[in-house]
Design a protein around this ligand. Structure first.
Ligand SMILES: [Ca+2]
Length: 600
């Protein structure tokens, strides 16, 4: 080959290389890190959005977000109240592991059966957070809205470059300016807080349009004190009420929906929508306290904020990851607040802090349309809630949900596939399932170092009220046992007052009896072969009668027996008691429940 031809072919090769390089370059270069926006709504219920079935609330922007992205049908908050879920979202740790298990500062119940553990009333600033991780990866970070993670902690201690409106408080003094929020300069009189939070987010996004940013937007809405713009409230007042029917709450929710719409318009206008991930969720279930004036309804779910049932913990979750989430897709795999931390690390290609002991699992594969490993979700709430909930733990495993009430270790078991409203407790019908899940729950508690409540020496029982039909249901787990051996035995196959080997031991229930007259007594009693024949006295106030225990073929083979009537002459706080007088066999009996029915 001549020198000239060799040079020519070298030039040709160089040209080819340049051509190839220019074609290949886009995929060789590191992809731009996606921006991340997490919108957390306070107390938003599972059924509150149009795309989750609401017929009363109007949420076109959130419905469009679900239409463009992925909607989770079985997403759960880490807790039924606020602060623990926020801590879990930021750290990827379960509230039980953080020992931050109630809303700050919690609800004292000095006369309750149990005392809460010495729980943490602040998020420890040494905890790695999603903000501090993303900041270390080059993100500019902002927290705009409610913080509520301790009297003396602020977002700046946890990796946020900017804090707008966040401090110790769990609700705004008011939604209409002047706000009286020290971390938010007041706007013009009449400005609405949700709009302002959104405007602050838009300004931050615009300023950081050219570098990766993380916006944590925990709106103060839709928490009390409920408020809405008057023209929007008027619009809902004119709508046909449904299970949801509060026009002020609907107007407040619409301000959140507006916020989502404005953020997406801004991303479009700045040309960064295709490189911005949006996650939208709530910190606990919808508020259903307050009777006719309640904020919302979580129907078909049972109960709401603060309670162990699905209405307290199942929440909306919508994800939009442009180019990855399939438009209009839904995911029914159960996921939980703690999952957002590892998910965002994966989406942004960010390393976790060394030795960080987190609980969540990345749900990024679900956003790709793939699956994640089978696992159970857990809750731990060793506290009393003003709405009436008592300390509990719970586990969701497949279609099953098991609840353990810590006062007595009593179990309830539901199949959510066939019974979403948790109406049919199957614990006694399927004791093996219930006991196995109770063991999973106990094992998880010890793995994460959950703090348990303790017996309260100052306990004063509150009396059981009559049911709407005037009858009293006295379940074994609400009885108070006296003596040496007699106790409530919680495993689902037992669920009984048992170990009645000492005839001096006895059990009682305190009742608030308002109506005098005769009450028919029906007992669910079991007794093993060879132990029958004990003579037992039952009493209600000063009325008493005797009965003889019948053998039923086993202590946990319960049989319903009518024992006759007891007459209440002086209503008031009365005790129903069961006291053996003679025990011929090894044990007296097992008692699962007593029913007192007034005779008309
Ligand atoms: Ca909340």
């Amino acid at each position: 080959m001549s020198r000239h031809r060799a040079l020519a072919s070298l030039r040709g090769l160089a040209f080819l290389f340049l051509l190839l390089a220019s074609v290949v370059r886009p995929s060789l270069a590191a992809p731009a890190k996606p921006n991340v926006i997490v919108i957390l709504v306070d107390d938003l219920g599972w059924a509150d959005l149009g795309c989750y079935g609401s017929r009363f609330h109007l949420t076109p922007n959130l419905d469009r977000l679900a239409h463009d992205g992925t909607r989770f049908t079985d997403a759960y908050s880490a807790c039924t109240v606020c602060s623990p879920t926020r801590a879990a979202l930021l750290t990827g740790k379960s509230p039980a592991r953080l020992h931050l298990t109630d809303w700050i500062a919690g609800h004292p119940a000095p006369k309750a059966r149990l005392s809460p553990p010495d729980w943490s009333k602040r998020l420890d600033p040494s905890e790695p957070t999603i903000a501090s991780r993303l900041k270390s990866a080059g993100y500019t970070t902002a927290s705009i809205g409610k913080w509520h993670l301790g009297q003396d902690t602020t977002p700046e201690q946890f990796g946020f470059d900017l804090n707008v409106a966040g401090d110790h408080r769990g609700q705004p003094p008011r939604y209409i300016a002047p706000y009286n929020l020290p971390k938010l300069p007041d706007g013009p009189d009449g400005e609405f807080l949700t709009d302002r939070e959104c405007s602050e987010a838009l300004a931050f996004i615009e300023k950081n349009r050219s570098n990766p940013f993380f916006v944590y937007l925990p709106h103060y809405a839709v928490h009390t004190p409920l408020a809405g713009k008057s023209n929007v409230v008027a619009k809902y007042t004119a709508r046909t009420p449904d299970a949801q029917r509060n026009p002020t709450y609907a107007a407040l929710l619409e301000s959140v929906d507006d916020s989502v719409g404005r953020i997406r318009s801004k991303l479009d206008a700045l040309g960064i929508a295709t490189n911005t991930v949006i996650l939208f969720t709530s910190d606990n279930g919808g508020l259903v306290l307050g009777g006719d004036h309640r904020a919302t309804s979580n129907f078909p779910l049972r109960s709401g904020k603060g309670d162990v049932y699905e209405g307290g913990v199942r929440v909306p979750l919508i994800a939009l990851w442009p180019g990855v989430t399939r438009p209009g897709s839904t995911v029914s795999t159960p996921v939980q607040t703690m999952d957002l931390y590892p998910t965002l690390l994966e989406i942004t290609g960010t390393e976790d802090a060394a030795g960080h002991d987190r609980d969540g699992l990345s749900i990024a594969p679900l956003l790709h349309g793939k699956g994640i490993a089978q696992r159970s979700l857990f809750w731990h709430y060793p506290h009393y809630h003003p709405g009436g909930a008592t300390p509990y733990g719970a586990v969701r495993s497949g279609d099953w949900k098991l609840i353990q009430f810590y006062e007595s270790s009593h179990l309830e078991l539901y199949n959510l596939a066939s019974d979403l409203g948790e109406q049919q407790d199957l614990a006694n019908a399927l004791p093996e399932k219930a006991n196995a899940l109770a063991k999973d729950l106990a094992d998880w508690r010890s793995r994460v170092g959950a703090q348990m409540p303790a017996r309260n020496p100052a306990y004063e029982p509150s009396p059981i009220a009559a049911r709407p039909d005037g009858s009293f249901l006295l379940p074994a787990h609400l009885g108070t046992t006296h003596g040496k051996n007699l106790q409530y035995e919680p495993p689902a196959h037992k669920n009984t007052i048992g170990f009645w080997t000492i005839p001096e031991d006895w059990v009682g229930w305190d009742l608030d009896v308002r109506k005098p007259g005769l009450y028919e007594v029906e007992i669910l009693q079991g007794c093993g072969t060879g132990s029958g024949g004990s003579e037992v006295e039952i009493s209600l106030g000063d009325a008493r009668r005797m009965f003889t225990v019948m053998e039923t073929g086993g202590f946990q083979k319960f049989m319903s027996r009518r024992l006759g009537t007891l007459e209440v002459r002086s209503p008031g706080r009365l005790s129903f008691e069961i006291r053996p007088r003679r025990k011929p066999g090894g044990a007296v009996m097992d008692v699962r429940q007593v029913l007192l029915t007034p005779i008309p």
